[in-house]
Design a protein around this ligand. Structure first.
Ligand code: F6R
Length: 608
């Protein structure tokens, strides 16, 4: 949720840290700060607000030096003000550190440290780490960090510098991602590859329990007993254009508009036309394992949970295996039923969402095989899974998830197709799904061409205070997702409901001021949804219908229609969700909201 960056090398650290923070700002954006070794001590500057405020401050009061760390914060402990911004220091100002994660025993540690005479300057859990390191025994900074961390319960991605050990950064990871960027005689630390990509594509992903020691041009990784750990150097698969705006006013719009290409990327190399199935090399699910599956549990949060709901219907349809979809945050604290033949699938764009990760671990502890459907390569969920499917959608910078959602659905269809064909899905049906999947990128492009109509709609509805989204079958999760997009971006209250459930309560809300968005592609429940639309029409509600091209029978039922190309009903969410993303985006822009960084939100929720 927060972002970490660090640099040690021959160049000035400050501009590199600031550029890294700018790229990480989507992870958290309530305050930012840097600490730089300047030859005789540490210079620390931090500020509440956005990274550009810090940048302006550093332009007026530069910090010089070739070693430093930086942070952009999303507050958990303590208000989002300058005092609580990272880096945090010990009593002497000799040690400075930046931290992602949560120190769970911070209150107890703080009380003990205060009794010993430490003076705390902030309300944060992180500051306890600085004081623990101050007191810890050890000849080197890494020894002191290791000793300090033995007292800590919780999660951390941590980068520490000390005035007494120039040209060195010590990094530690437990439950919060950190990677090293390997340059020519220079090294970088980051919580996310986008912060280092400008300088290097070679990265080392640290594992939980790793401590890394960085000096100019040299690094080594050790464990808590100071034993050297060998970690591979990986290549980042995408380039800088993936994290640039490329002429778009917002990342969200860029990511929506990229979806034809990202859907294609999720499909690339995975369709076997003749056999009517999918090739999913990373799944690690041989035919006998497919045959043994008796039940599938999908765990996810937010938008990924919505794609899981679509996945339920798709997988049940293609495989005949019962699927249960769980909010990861609820599932992790329930009793896990150790039912034989259970396969658990964690769906996550970031691969770092704390609740999803813990739900996956709980499922594994109960004996389930676990798979990950993940976008971020090398993320914790990807690495802890027994197998999985990468989305290959490229970095998603906009805080509201868009392209990951459509790619998650495609990946879940591929999964259903593969497992279905290993069971009793016939070859002909398999070929039909493959054929329709092949057409999808082009159909996405045609759907995106609705943008001018959607802008006009946004103009009309930008002032609304409430909005209801209704759908049935696979379109119900699309309705949920449409409502989530509108509320998180524009702060308009919006609710998604199964269309037929409306008459059991929400119908009371309907009047001439209530826009109702129906997601109503041509599928088996289409005639039923028409009846639900009539119920809204009869009560004066204003209807926007996301429907399939050629649905002439909608007639005058809807005030506005947005027709998407026809496809298999199971694939329709990939198309019907796009007008809802655009509608939410354009309404939010018209209301003057910060679409890429909605208030109170952060990308990648790595705390409970
Ligand atoms: C909403 C959104 C969130 C995420 C959720 C899970 O637009 O982005 O609801 O979907 O926080 O995140 P991941 O998919 O990274 O696990």
């Amino acid at each position: 949720m927060c972002g970490i960056v660090g640099y040690v090398g021959a160049r000035e650290a400050a501009p590199i840290l600031m550029e890294g923070l700018r790229r990480l700002e989507y992870r958290g954006y309530d305050s930012a700060g840097v600490a730089i070794q300047n030859g005789h001590g540490l210079g620390v500057v931090k500020l509440a607000g956005r990274v550009h405020a810090l940048q302006e401050r550093l332009a007026r009061e530069p910090l010089c030096g070739g070693t430093g760390i930086g942070h952009t914060r999303w507050a958990t402990h303590g208000a989002p003000n300058t005092r609580n911004a990272h880096p945090h220091c010990d009593c002497t100002g000799t040690i400075a550190l930046v931290h992602n994660g949560i120190i769970e025993n911070a209150d107890a540690l703080r009380a003990a440290l205060e009794r010993q005479g430490h003076r705390f300057a902030t309300e944060t859990d992180t500051e306890t780490l600085a004081h623990l390191i101050e007191d810890a025994a050890g000849a080197t900074l890494e020894e002191r960090v290791i000793a300090a961390l033995t007292h800590v319960d919780g999660t951390y991605g941590l980068a520490v510098v000390s005035a007494t050990e120039p040209r060195k950064i010590v990094v530690a990871r437990q439950g919060s991602p950190v990677l090293l960027g390997i340059g020519e005689n220079e090294l970088f630390v980051a919580s996310d590859a986008s912060a280092v990509l400008e300088h290097t594509r070679s990265v080392v992903y640290l594992d939980d329990g790793d401590i890394a020691v960085l000096t100019p041009g040299e690094y080594h990784v050790i464990d808590g007993d100071s034993h050297v750990q060998l970690r591979s150097v990986d290549d980042i698969a995408w380039d800088l254009t993936a994290i640039e705006l490329g002429g778009y006013p917002h990342f969200m719009l860029k990511e929506i508009m990229e979806q034809s290409e990202t859907v294609r990327a999720t499909l690339r190399g995975r369709l076997l036309f003749e056999q009517g199935t999918a090739r999913l090399n990373g799944l690690n699910l041989p035919p006998e394992a497919c045959a043994a599956i008796q039940r599938i549990v999908i765990v996810a949060c937010g938008t990924s949970w919505h794609s899981g709901l679509v996945g339920r219907q798709v997988i049940e349809e293609l495989t005949g295996i019962p699927v249960q979809v769980e909010y990861a945050s609820e599932y992790r604290y329930r009793r896990q039923l150790a039912l034989p033949g259970t396969l658990t699938i964690a769906v996550s764009q970031s691969g770092e969402t704390a609740d999803t990760l813990e739900a996956m671990r709980a499922a594994r502890a109960a004996g389930s095989r676990v798979l990950g459907i993940v976008n971020v390569v090398g993320s914790t969920i990807a690495r802890e899974s027994d197998g999985g499917i990468y989305l290959h959608a490229g970095p998603e910078i906009g805080v509201a998830s868009t392209k990951a959602f459509t790619s998650q659905i495609v990946a879940l269809v591929l999964f259903g197709l593969y497992v279905g064909r290993q069971r009793d899905l016939d070859e002909e049906r398999g070929r039909e799904v493959v054929r329709r999947l092949t057409q999808l990128p082009q159909l996405v492009s045609r759907t995106l061409a609705l943008d001018p109509q959607i802008q006009a709609l946004a103009e009309r509805y930008a002032g609304t205070r409430n909005c209801l989204y209704l759908g049935r079958g696979v379109s119900f999760p699309v309705a949920l997702e449409g409502a989530l997009k509108l509320k998180e971006l524009s702060y308009i209250h919006a609710e998604g409901y199964p269309a037929a459930e409306m008459k059991h309560g929400p119908i009371a809300l309907i009047d001439a001021n209530m826009p109702v968005v129906f997601v109503v592609p041509k599928d088996e429940v289409y005639p039923k949804v028409l009846s639900n639309m009539r119920e809204v029409q009869a009560r004066g509600g204003r209807i926007i219908a996301i429907t399939s091209e050629g649905n002439g029978d909608l007639g005058t039922l809807a005030d506005q229609q947005l027709p998407v190309p026809a496809t298999l009903p199971l694939l329709s969410p990939v198309l019907t969700s796009i007008p809802l993303q655009l509608l939410a985006y354009h309404i939010a822009v018209r209301r003057g909201c910060d679409v890429d960084r909605p208030r109170n939100l952060a990308k990648s929720v790595t705390v409970e």
